[in-house]
Design a protein around this ligand. Structure first.
Ligand SMILES: Cc1cc2nc3c(=O)[nH]c(=O)nc-3n(C[C@H](O)[C@H](O)[C@H](O)COP(=O)(O)OP(=O)(O)OC[C@H]3O[C@@H](n4cnc5c(N)ncnc54)[C@H](O)[C@@H]3O)c2cc1C
Ligand SMILES: Cc1cc2nc3c(=O)[nH]c(=O)nc-3n(C[C@H](O)[C@H](O)[C@H](O)COP(=O)(O)O)c2cc1C
Length: 601
């Protein structure tokens, strides 16, 4: 063995090299040299194969594509890519918003991670790709191997619909499913990890080649924030609770402040707070009465014995039902009428709207044991609330703007679980179980000098209080040129429903808020909403957008979000003078650039 006197770097480990050379055959040494060369050149345009692999078939690239609204699918895609990369495959992760769809025709392995939004629609960033894939322009894909991981929430009727659509369409285009689709519910980590593991185990077979041992730095597993989360929530003390609507208002909105001191929890404006709520005693009693149980029955939950009443109160979803619960209940109780409802989408949708577990048990009397009943009911799902504060303005605190959900059903008043938990069942001094739900995209522009346009009627104003507070703190700290902040707010009446009025007026005075336009729908005979105010200010809005402004829309997804989007389209068409088709393309580009962002519910 030649002494290594001319090593290119100073502190070469001679002993290690001797060991490697004496303990390995010439062939192994050759392979190692190629492997190390491959490592050293990773990230350079042409990946270099190890010598033994050069003789083999070139391993195909693995393309991971994600479509994500709040960042969950992106996390899953990055984690899967890290795993695939660790096995030596050359893998690239791309946002569907940035993917040139035509490249799919030549791709060999494409893995999709997509969430579902709205009522079964794709995330905004994946809309264009989705449309293209489902259009007549999509090519046949006989050479493509694919797998889909879909993220969703089983409380929605169209559970994981976008993932299902991708999966079915790719198959219809002739692509080969290399691993079964996995539909992940809100707690998606475990199922997504399993999907990634299955995909990795199938790669060698479908690729017909060995991986190329290319390790890429950018593929490191994202650090999942340790500490408190959905499964291990923080008990945050209630510091303040104020009703924001004046007397006589039809609305019931609360400003709630919670303490985070010592929790280590941090957030950014645009993130949400998850709340794990408990049912009211009244609802528990109604459900027990409908099931003809006393509540003292012993049942087992999570391996522990507990009494039925307390389990229903603290663990079980009673205020809402979903498809799974109805299907299971219909199966167990043998009610044929209920089975028929579960198989008819429209009837199911109608049945679910407004009904709670008590209704189900009354309308379809139960023959279930207490244990069967609790096993059939779903565990309480957390509800999300947009964070209405900036940590820079309120260290160790998180603020929310919560509208209490109460509605009439039949002859009774019904209550939403979490909103009335916050409104009625916790007071200053109590605590709420919380976690931070990050929204990677609904964020202030990275460039502080960019203008922002915020449309937030009702509780939709919450994240914009956080945005303006954050930008105000930046101003106070003397940061360089600041972008202008323009808010559109709406609610029924000026005198009772102008949420955070004093703060906005103060911000207008100091300049933290550059413009404020309000729409109080019921203060005049004709209804005026935020979209009408947008249209009135079309010229100035278009100028700002042309100048690089970011547009944010938050609040009601059923009507408001669509009406506001329509208003933006009209403004772009009118002010550009280029018509509707141009406006559609323009808005679609804004979305792709993430300059038109929605956080709607
Ligand atoms: C990202 C995000 C951010 C959010 N931010 C906020 C926020 O800042 N502020 C806020 O107040 N909310 C916000 N929400 C909504 C919030 O998460 C809850 O959905 C809302 O408070 C209702 O939850 P609940 O537990 O009180 O009602 P649930 O117990 O979940 O009851 C809802 C059910 O009630 C029934 N129902 C509702 N209205 C009617 C009606 N009129 N007639 C008949 N039946 C009806 C339906 O069956 C519905 O499914 C946000 C949601 C998301 C996803
Ligand atoms: C407004 C809204 C609508 C949603 N609609 C659906 C739906 O129709 N079907 C579904 O399975 N999940 C639905 N979800 C749940 C999301 O798909 C789920 O939270 C997912 O983890 C989000 O992943 P992302 O951050 O990658 O977008 C919805 C969530 C929100 C906030």
């Amino acid at each position: 063995m030649t002494k290594i006197a001319t090593a290119p770097i100073g502190r070469f480990d001679e002993a290690l090299l001797k060991k490697l050379s004496s303990e390995h055959s010439a062939e192994q040494q050759l392979w190692l040299s190629g492997f190390l060369y491959g490592l050293a050149t990773a990230g350079q345009p042409e990946a270099v194969l190890a010598p033994t692999q050069q003789a083999q078939v070139q391993a195909p690239k693995v393309q991971l594509l994600y479509g994500s609204q709040t960042g969950n699918s992106k996390k899953v895609a990055q984690k899967a890519a890290a795993l695939i990369g660790e096995q030596g495959w050359d893998v690239t992760v791309t946002d569907l918003a940035d993917y040139a769809a035509k490249n799919l025709k030549t791709a060999q392995i494409a893995l999709f991670v997509v969430s579902t939004q709205g009522e079964g629609t794709p995330p905004t960033a994946a809309e264009s790709f989705y449309e293209w894939l489902h259009s007549a322009r999509a090519p046949k894909l006989p050479d493509l191997q694919f797998a889909v991981c879909s993220l969703g929430d089983s409380s929605y009727l169209k559970f994981c619909q976008t993932g299902k659509d991708f999966d079915a369409r790719l198959e219809a285009l002739g692509a080969n499913r290399m691993a079964p689709r996995v539909d992940c519910d809100l707690e998606y980590e475990e199922a997504a990890d399993q999907w990634a593991a299955t995909v990795v185990s199938r790669l060698k077979t479908v690729a017909g080649a060995q991986p190329v041992a290319v390790l890429k730095e950018q593929l490191s597993t994202p650090a999942y924030v340790a500490g408190f989360n959905r499964k291990n929530p923080y008990h945050a003390p209630v510091l303040e609770k104020v009703r924001l609507n004046g007397r006589g208002s039809a609305k019931e909105t609360y400003h709630i402040e919670l303490g985070l001191e010592g929790s280590g929890l941090v957030y950014e404006p645009g993130d949400s707070l998850g709340i794990l709520a408990q049912n009211s005693d009244r609802l528990v009693e109604q459900v027990l009465a409908a099931a003809k149980f006393s509540g003292t029955e012993q049942v087992e939950f999570d391996g522990k014995a507990t009494n039925l009443a307390s389990l229903l109160k603290t663990q079980k979803e009673l205020s809402v039902l979903n498809r799974n619960v109805l299907e299971q209940y219909a199966e167990q109780s043998g009610h044929e009428n209920l089975k028929a409802i579960t198989t008819d989408h429209e009837r199911l949708k109608k049945y679910l709207w407004g009904r709670n577990a008590g209704d189900l048990l009354r309308e379809f009397p139960s023959t279930l044991t207490p244990q069967q009943l609790t096993d059939t009911l779903r565990n309480i799902a957390p509800r999300l609330y947009s964070i209405a504060s900036s940590l820079a303005a309120h260290p160790d605190e998180v603020h929310l703007t919560v509208s209490a959900l109460r509605y009439e059903f039949g002859r009774t008043t019904r209550e939403g679980l979490a909103s009335t938990f916050l409104a009625d069942r916790i007071e200053v001094g109590d605590s709420a179980q919380v976690f931070i739900e990050r929204n990677e995209y609904f964020k202030l522009p990275a460039d502080d000098s960019a203008d922002i346009i915020m449309v937030g009627p009702g509780t939709g104003v919450a994240p914009f209080r956080a945005f303006v507070e954050e930008r105000n703190e930046l101003r106070d700290s003397g940061s360089a040129k600041q972008g202008r902040n323009w808010l559109f707010f709406g609610n029924p009446n000026f005198t009772t429903d102008f949420l955070y009025q004093r703060e906005w007026l103060q911000y207008l005075k100091t300049g933290a808020l550059d413009r404020l336009d309000v729409a109080f729908s019921r203060d005049q005979p004709e209804k005026i909403y935020v979209q009408h105010r947008l249209l009135e200010k079309g010229r100035q809005l278009f100028e700002r957008i042309e100048n690089g402004a970011y547009c944010y829309v938050c609040g009601d997804k059923n009507r408001m979000a669509a009406d506001v989007q329509q208003a933006f389209l009209q403004i772009i068409a009118r002010e550009s003078g280029k018509g509707e088709a141009f406006a559609a393309e323009y808005l679609s580009n804004l979305k792709k650039q993430r300059r038109y962002l929605e956080d709607v519910y």
